[in-house]
Design a binder for this molecule. Structure first.
Ligand code: ADP
Ligand code: MG
Length: 253
């Protein structure tokens, strides 16, 4: 069985891509076979695993809009067990092009059914919006991981996200669940972080992962080297916390 997880929050800069890349890499280090799917036109997950996004033959755009076979879009990475379907700026038009397409909400789900290789996990990095790309991810997924940045107004905007999840559950994917809520960019030097953790736990209870991702400069450096954190600096707190997140994700089944 493949577990399909969408990493989503329509707010930008909360750690979706950092989590997608490093959770995927940590899972693959635990011996799981992982497919990372980049659905953000910025293509940061793609470059984050060392793929030149402007030089890919087939991307998620070709798959979703042009009906290119998914197996032609899967690329290996430097890391064993870690594969990616890349994205780049070509995807920016997809939200609009998909509007008039047949089965526009279920294209990603159907594409996954054609995969030749069997993966333990598919991790989808969502764009910072609740448009058709995110809807496709929610329709294809078993669960959603919501990264929440430890800052003032952390919960702001989440009701819109939860509403979209409810709509997808009602109309497109009844078995979709919130897999977990991940607190990111925690700064131990301020009280604010602890207040936010308490607030988010009050809201989401045991959905909140025990692992909290700290603010860690190594995590922000790694993408410019095209490496996940476990390759760039395995001893950093960033690498250790993403590994413990991966263990929690595996434990939760
Ligand atoms: P999103 O995909 O939600 O827009 P990103 O993962 O791209 O967010 O993160 C936004 C910025 O914050 C990036 O520059 C990233 O390198 C940085 N960042 C993310 N998580 C951390 C962290 N735990 N510590 C330090 N910097 C981080
Ligand atoms: Mg991103």
């Amino acid at each position: 069985m493949t577990k399909i997880l969408a990493i989503a929050n329509q707010k930008g800069g909360v750690g979706k891509t950092t989590t997608s890349v490093n959770l995927s890499a940590a899972l693959s280090e635990l011996g799981k076979k992982v497919l990372l799917v980049d659905t953000d036109p910025q293509g940061n997950a793609t470059s984050g695993v060392g793929i030149d996004k402007n030089n890919v033959e087939n991307s998620v755009y070709d798959m979703l809009v042009e009906d290119t076979n998914i197996n032609k879009c899967v690329l290996p990475t430097e890391q064993d067990n870690l594969f990616i379907i890349p994205a780049n700026i070509a995807l920016a038009g997809a939200e609009i092009e998909l509007v008039s397409a047949m089965s526009r909400e279920v294209r990603l789900k159907y594409a996954f059914k054609d995969l030749d290789q069997e993966f333990d996990y598919i991790i989808i990095d969502c764009p910072p919006s609740l448009g058709l790309l995110t809807i496709n991810s929610f329709t294809a997924a078993n669960g959603i991981i919501i990264p929440v940045q430890c800052e003032y107004y952390a919960l702001e905007g989440l009701s819109q996200l939860l509403n979209t999840i409810k709509l997808v559950q009602r109309h497109l994917n009844q078995s979709l669940v919130i897999e977990g809520v991940l607190l990111t960019m925690f700064d131990a030097r301020t009280n604010l972080g602890n207040d936010v953790i308490a607030e988010v736990k009050e809201h989401f209870g045991d959905k909140v992962y025990e692992t909290v991702i700290p603010r860690n400069v190594r995590l922000s450096e790694a993408p410019s080297h095209g490496q996940p954190i476990n390759v760039y600096d395995a001893r950093s707190t960033g690498a250790k916390t993403y590994m413990s997140l991966a263990e929690e994700v595996v434990q939760n089944g």
